[in-house]
Design a binder for this molecule. Structure first.
Ligand code: AMP
Ligand code: MN
Ligand code: MN
Ligand code: MN
Length: 285
């Protein structure tokens, strides 16, 4: 049996394929009881998710996944349980929207120079609030520059590829502070997915905890049991709580399906314990 908890999910408000309400329906059908919608650099879907949750009898806490920089790498910090109207979170999200729009133009330019239909892809992103590389990948596939979105990353958008633009997101420490100052808990997302040595990874987790980070995603979509053990060790060593999240963007991809996650190991304190006593506050989101 899993924890019936999923604290890392995407909707059409960023680069997921389901609208928040449709995602909540899927969660309910998958046996998830407590969730957070954590779209990249936005809180746009929070009200819809909270309303749908109320209608389905699920518990919803506020969420977002903020892009941050540390040692020149992009690090993802999930924020949970914050006030979505707080000035600090609004500013953090607004800043990243600007950066994303600017980066989208830079990506299009680089793709054009490399012979891919960058400007045409950018035109398709015109109505997108939070343009991500996933949007570019889908547009490039539609325009015939790749077989599918995965191949678009391999050929054009991945690290070191012609359309890759190194991102200068706000620092990890400032990102954690924005979440904490908004009344939330910062969670280090998918800690094993960054291109870091194990020593650097331990340093990252320590820096995250020292900056006020509260939890580490011990169970994330697609991880093997030995990776859960590694992540558990990182959390315990830094005194962090543990979180569980599928990082589902598309329920058609089996390894990221919500409701199919491994249970959080008992050695670590579940991050959701802190909302167990106050479910109504989260539901007001
Ligand atoms: P961005 O934040 O705009 O750099 O986009 C990052 C998003 O792209 C991630 O959250 C993933 O959803 C997606 N992504 C990154 N790398 C890949 C990949 N190799 N294949 C498919 N999707 C990817
Ligand atoms: Mn994504
Ligand atoms: Mn992420
Ligand atoms: Mn994610």
């Amino acid at each position: 049996m899993n924890d019936a908890v999923d604290l890392h999910l995407h909707s059409t408000c960023s680069d997921g394929v389901l609208a928040p309400a449709a995602l909540v329906e899927l969660l309910a059908a998958s046996g998830v009881r407590l969730f957070a919608l954590t779209d990249h650099d936005t809180v746009a879907g929070q009200a819809e998710a909270a309303h749908a949750a109320q209608a389905s009898g699920l518990r919803c806490i506020t969420g977002t996944e903020l892009s941050a920089s540390w040692l020149g790498r992009t690090i993802h910090v999930v924020g949970l349980g914050f006030d979505p109207a707080a000035a600090t979170i609004t500013a953090a999200v607004g800043l990243r929207h600007e950066q994303r729009r600017e980066r989208a133009r830079a990506i299009a330019l680089r793709l054009d120079r490399a012979g891919a239909p960058g400007s045409a892809a950018l035109e398709r992103l015109a109505g997108v609030d939070v343009p991500t590389r996933t949007h570019f990948a889908r547009a490039l596939a539609e325009l015939g520059a790749a077989r599918d979105a995965t191949q678009a990353f391999d050929r054009w958008l991945g690290h070191g590829k012609p359309g890759h633009v190194p991102s200068q997101w706000p620092a990890l420490e400032a990102t954690v502070a924005a979440i904490v100052d908004s009344g939330g808990t910062a969670v280090l997302a998918h800690p094993l997915r960054y291109r870091l040595s194990s020593g650097q990874r331990r340093t990252l987790v320590r820096a995250f905890a020292e900056a006020g980070g509260g939890a580490l995603e011990v169970v994330t979509g697609g991880v093997a049991p030995h990776q859960i053990e590694t992540a558990l060790g990182l959390a315990l060593r830094a005194g962090l709580a543990g979180s569980v999240g599928s990082d589902c963007h598309d329920p058609a991809l089996p390894w990221h399906r919500p409701g199919r996650l491994a249970k959080l190991p008992e050695a670590v304190v579940p991050v959701w314990n802190r909302w167990a006593a106050a479910p109504t506050r989260a539901l007001q989101a």
